[in-house]
Ligand binder design. Structure first.
Ligand code: GLY
Length: 369
């Protein structure tokens, strides 16, 4: 028997539900039908998601009593560009999409980000639904309304806040996901506990690697998205507290930018980034060593890397990493803003990091075995 959990993102008239569970797709057929006033579903997916889950997708649309207009992209980050956006927008217009319809993003974070942005600008905004097929997208990018594409200057630098009307996080879709991708997505679940939910962290700590499957995973996803929903409700457009969701990302993005292309998975870089954020908090004297070690142990228990030396794609250099950190989106006035922690569940925004001290710290950490 499947279990489902429902989480609401409370944003007034733009509030929406996230359905989490094994079989959440079938469970949501009626909700989907209600979001398709013209009796058709416009679904954007990629070849890999279609190959893995096409049968379930077609059955879902049929069960919802809808006809299907399917747009299948090649997949990969190549679609998340100005060219990809223009092509998709033209395709949606050619299908005669209307504002009151919901375009469905069926795939990983790349598909969700691109489709969300296309929905935000087509006819000045159509509805959209997120059906994420990776753990990373289920716990992070599908929730909260950040949409966008990559530009020549960097990742996700053009985009819009555009909230979906519904998110369906079906854990059954994760059965075809490689273990490495699953673990990488789990890093974002641990992140939620580490930022501001000590009780969630302790639950994750107690289940260890068992949290990556079955009902424990459903609960972990639902708890993490409930946490994110609370932050998004407080600070939808990242004027303040939402920046906490970037714990581990300033360090992580720097490793991703420096890594040999195609070697590093985002969640692994974030996992090491979170361990570094705690280690740097200890160095600054704001966090106990005990909490930093607990954070590190929980990350490692999920099979994730915690030391820079564990990351593929190197060798990395401290000064180059710090230069990368200088171009992070959270920064102001050319100064590096870090997300640090006073303890587990007590992350805070730390502006104006000392570049020299950060470089010295990274030099040491890059050698740590
Ligand atoms: N991924 C961070 C955020 O949604 O704000």
């Amino acid at each position: 028997m499947s279990t489902h959990r429902l989480v609401t993102v409370p944003l007034g008239e733009r509030s929406y539900d996230i359905v989490v569970g094994d079989g959440a797709l079938e469970h949501s057929a009626e909700r989907l039908a209600a979001l398709c006033p013209n009796g058709r579903a416009i679904v954007v997916t990629d070849k890999a998601a279609l190959a893995h889950h096409g049968v379930r997708l077609h059955a879902l649309i049929a069960n919802a009593g809808l006809t299907l207009d399917l747009i299948t992209l090649e997949g990969g980050e190549a679609a998340k560009t100005w060219d990809g956006l223009r092509t998709l927008t033209d395709q949606l217009l050619a299908l005669g999409v209307e504002r009151n319809e919901c375009v469905m993003a069926f795939g990983g974070g790349t598909i969700g980000d691109l489709v969300g942005f296309a929905a935000a600008i087509t006819k000045r905004g159509t509805g959209f639904v997120q059906i994420p097929t990776t753990l990373l997208a289920q716990v992070d990018s599908s929730v909260g309304g950040k949409t966008g594409i990559n530009t020549r200057a960097g990742k996700n630098l053009a985009g819009a806040f555009h909230q979906p009307a519904l998110v369906i996080a079906d854990t059954g879709l994760l059965s075809t996901l490689p273990q490495r991708e699953l673990r990488a997505g789990y890093a974002e679940i641990l992140k939620a506990g580490l930022i501001a939910d000590r009780a969630l962290f302790e639950r994750l700590e107690s289940v260890g690697a068992r949290g990556l499957s079955g009902n424990a995973l459903i609960d972990a996803i639902a708890d993490a998205v409930a946490f994110k929903a609370r932050i998004v409700a407080e600070d939808e457009r990242e004027g303040g507290r939402r920046a906490l969701l970037n714990l581990g990302h300033t360090f992580g993005h720097a490793f991703e930018a420096e890594a040999e292309k195609g070697t590093l998975v985002h969640g692994e870089a974030v996992a090491v980034g979170m361990a570094l954020a705690f280690a740097y908090s200890v160095r600054l004297g704001v966090c106990s060593e005990g909490d930093a070690l607990r954070a590190q142990a929980a990350i490692a228990a999920a099979g994730l890397p915690v030391r820079p030396l564990d990351l593929p794609g190197g060798p990395y250099q401290a000064d180059r990493l710090v230069t990368r950190m200088t171009s992070d989106k959270k920064n102001t006035g050319g100064q590096i803003t870090l997300i640090l922690a006073r303890g587990i569940g007590e992350a805070y925004i730390a502006p104006k990091a000392d570049r020299d001290d950060l470089t010295a710290f990274l030099k040491e950490e890059l050698k740590r075995k």
